[in-house]
Design a protein around this ligand. Sequence first.
Ligand SMILES: *Cc1c(COP(=O)(O)O)cnc(C)c1O
Length: 420
Amino acid sequence: MDPFVYKKGVLYCEDVSLAKIAKKVGTPFYCYSSAHLKNRFNAYKTGFGPRKHLICFAVKANSNLAVLSCLGNLGAGADIVSGGELYRALKAGIPANRIVYSGVGKTKEEMAYALKNSIAMFNIESMEELQQLSKVAKKLGQRAPIAFRVNPDVDPKTHPYISTGLKKNKFGLSREQALEAYALALKDPHLSIKGIDCHIGSQIVELDPFIDAFKRLKELVVQIEKMGISLSFIDIGGGLGISYKDENPPAPQTYISAITDEAKDLPQTIIVEPGRSICGNAGVLVTKILYVKENDAKRFYIVDAGMNDLGRPSLYDAYHEIKPVQQTVAPSYKETDVVGPICETGDFLARSRPMPDLASGSLLAVLSAGAYGFTMSSNYNSRPRVPEVMVYGNRFHVVRRRQTWQDLVAGESIPKGESC
Ligand SMILES: *Cc1c(COP(=O)(O)O)cnc(C)c1O
């Protein structure tokens, strides 16, 4: 169910008009539907049925406190990749025992912070990281709960920048390395082996790579348990894709029931770390056309949101559907580049896109922007970060205010007594 539909010719988020929000908060802004977050989370939950599971939302996809709190209240845990994300997850009220810590470059300060808060599990990606964690745990007089991230070497058939489960990628340990790692960890009194983990990539729109990866994990679980290690968790990572254009990814229920079928004989709790598939289609970026410009070859809509606000088109050549907030009647379409105000040729939201005739001042909604949108935004060109708005039925709240110019220079200083 798409929360963004036209009602009487205006694009709404649930029961709130995007035009109304624009009037209140200005443009550009991100707008999220709490109902969509809830639907997608519950789709995962339904897929698991009675099976023991933990749905750890990947905080890097959308880390706004209101989003985390909404999902946390539904029962979600968090998959974090930094101390900052742990801070956010705890601040949003997600219990530490529902938090797993992923990422190849955890620092000892971050490890200590997570240990002090008793998170559920560290997903370890290298032997040096393992040794570091053991040292930190020893210092704190604790046993660190761990899983090893295994690289199952399956091809997720997605964009090369977001494929992570191949041998040539920087993530995880090979299956052979993993077995050695488990043997080592078993002997370490400051480590407590809890599980096994993998994450093969992102925006995966087929079931096969997930099933292949799971089968390979299963084989490893058997080998690991033969070593006298009993595992509580099998963490299958995130990566389920969404429809940006005409992709047709499996529904979360379908994906999860396929996995639980494969896991029939396994007693472990299954952990999943979805990001994009929960929040991607829950959000839009609303922007205003500043100027319309045309030459012989092309029409440009110059809008007030740029690659610093939504980087995916420039970074991954990603497609985001763009709809006018005010529905056009019998529009005539013409090839248009929708570009931002940043001084870079790569600053575009859409290229050679058939768009209806619109005048400057018109609002556009850039769809499917709820994941890796705001979280990847920057202050490039000294542009304040845009506000985030969350809709709850017929109510909306600004859940992050627009940055000011003062915010931009906060923390900077000009050294006294130095001159150039
Ligand atoms: C990014 C990431 C996820 C979430 O990926 P999505 O494609 O957004 O579902 C989950 N786990 C790990 C380890 C990740 O790096």
